[in-house]
Design a protein around this ligand. Structure first.
Ligand SMILES: [Zn+2]
Ligand SMILES: [Zn+2]
Length: 394
């Protein structure tokens, strides 16, 4: 029987070809029709019977060894971004305005090769693997929640969850992960300060929402600096402040908006509450009123410590222990968080920067992954799946 390394190596050309095909045909959130078709066809070739159209354009396929054992969920996201492709490469985007600028083309290609590896090793494995190809990681609410609401995991009891993100932040040949909170919960808010408009020369007859709003921007910053345990992490950003339209008019309202990023569920709750209280009291000080509307984003990505240890050991066997890096928490979010709520699991980053051309930040029009990272990602993810199943039984 071939080892996982032999499978991943043998599949390298196919993994790269699939990645390039998807890269040339990027589809944005919930539009992944062609992509889902490619996934469906490949999974069928492997003898699986995928469910398509789950949560829009999601695909789920269950591989069953027929022998009792754990059920492992492996997830890839499939969506591209509404970002132009500025690269001069033969596999550049053929869809103007869209590009795979986050590497999700790679994730999809990698998970397909992992599925092929698992099927190829099938006789030696016990348990089940649930392959999840999800749409729309880049928008809120994302494809994970849509798939779960559409019954993606109905009738399944998941024991382990695993997944990878390629990263231009780390060099090819490294794997980065951390136990515990790894990526932030991403909530957004809209905040209206209501005053009373009037003549700019007669402020005593008005309630100025701009002055109240300006003080509120300052006051919100003290929540993180003065009320949060410095060991914990959070960000409150005001990213929008709109008010008024003339030189001589005090407006009726000011509209503020922004984002709250947190890692701990109770911190998230407390800061949301405190933003309401501070908004109301600062506005009241100025005789104005404040109204806060929240849009809940993804929960935090939280890696189970035991699963993180397991993935660290698996990755060390693939890339060497000195190339498994401890990752700092990321203030960005990922709806992998929802799959990780289904069972203990770990989400890791696979280094995919091989030099200048592949060192661009994610979401940049020049973003590209180092394709040498793809077989490594296949081997790490397949090893994670097989290890969670209990390893080859034969
Ligand atoms: Zn992204
Ligand atoms: Zn991404």
């Amino acid at each position: 029987m071939d080892t996982i390394h032999e499978h991943a190596t043998r599949l390298t050309e196919k993994t790269v070809a699939t990645r390039r095909d998807l890269h040339m045909h990027p589809e944005t959130a919930f539009q992944e029709v062609r992509t889902a078709g490619v996934v469906d066809a490949r999974l069928r070739e492997l003898g699986l019977t995928p469910r398509t159209g789950v949560g829009g354009t999601g695909v789920v396929a269950v591989w069953d060894s027929g022998r009792p054992g754990p059920t492992v969920l492996a997830r890839a996201d499939m969506d591209a971004l509404p970002v132009p492709d500025a690269k001069d490469v033969p596999y550049a985007s053929q869809t103007p305005g869209n590009a795979h600028a986050c590497g999700h083309d790679g994730h999809t290609a990698v998970l397909l090769s992992v599925a092929e590896t698992v099927v190829g090793m099938g006789d030696a494995l016990a348990g089940r693997v649930v392959f999840v190809f999800q749409p729309a990681e880049e928008v809120m609410p994302g494809g994970a929640e849509a798939m779960l609401n559409d019954g993606a995991l109905d009738g399944l009891t998941i024991d382990h969850v695993t997944g990878l993100h390629l990263s231009s932040q780390y060099p090819t040949g490294t794997v980065a992960l951390r136990a515990g909170p790894a990526m932030a919960a991403t909530d957004t808010y809209d905040l209206i300060v209501r005053g009373r408009g009037g003549h700019a020369a007669r402020p005593q007859e008005t309630i100025d929402p701009i002055v109240a709003g300006a003080e509120l921007v300052q006051a919100l910053q003290t929540l993180v600096s003065r009320e949060l345990d410095p060991i914990d992490r959070a960000v409150i950003s005001v990213t929008r402040f709109e008010a008024g339209s003339a030189y001589n008019v005090i407006p009726q309202e000011a509209h503020l908006a922004g984002t709250l990023r947190t890692f701990e569920a109770d911190t998230r709750e407390r800061l949301r509450e405190r933003i309401h209280e501070v908004a109301a009291s600062v506005a009241a000080t100025h005789r104005a009123e404040a109204d806060v509307q929240w849009t809940s984003g993804f929960p935090a990505v939280v890696n189970d410590p035991a699963e993180a240890d397991r993935l660290r050991a698996v990755a060390a066997r693939v890339v060497g222990p000195e190339r498994v890096l401890e990752m700092a928490p990321i203030m960005g979010g990922d709806d992998m968080a929802y799959w990780l709520q289904a069972a203990p699991g770990c989400y890791a980053f696979v280094g995919a920067s091989g030099g200048e051309a592949t060192a661009w930040p994610h979401h940049h029009p020049n973003f590209d992954v180092d394709e040498a990272a793809l077989p490594i990602a296949v081997e790490v993810l397949a090893s994670s799946v097989v290890d969670a199943l209990g390893g080859p039984t034969g």
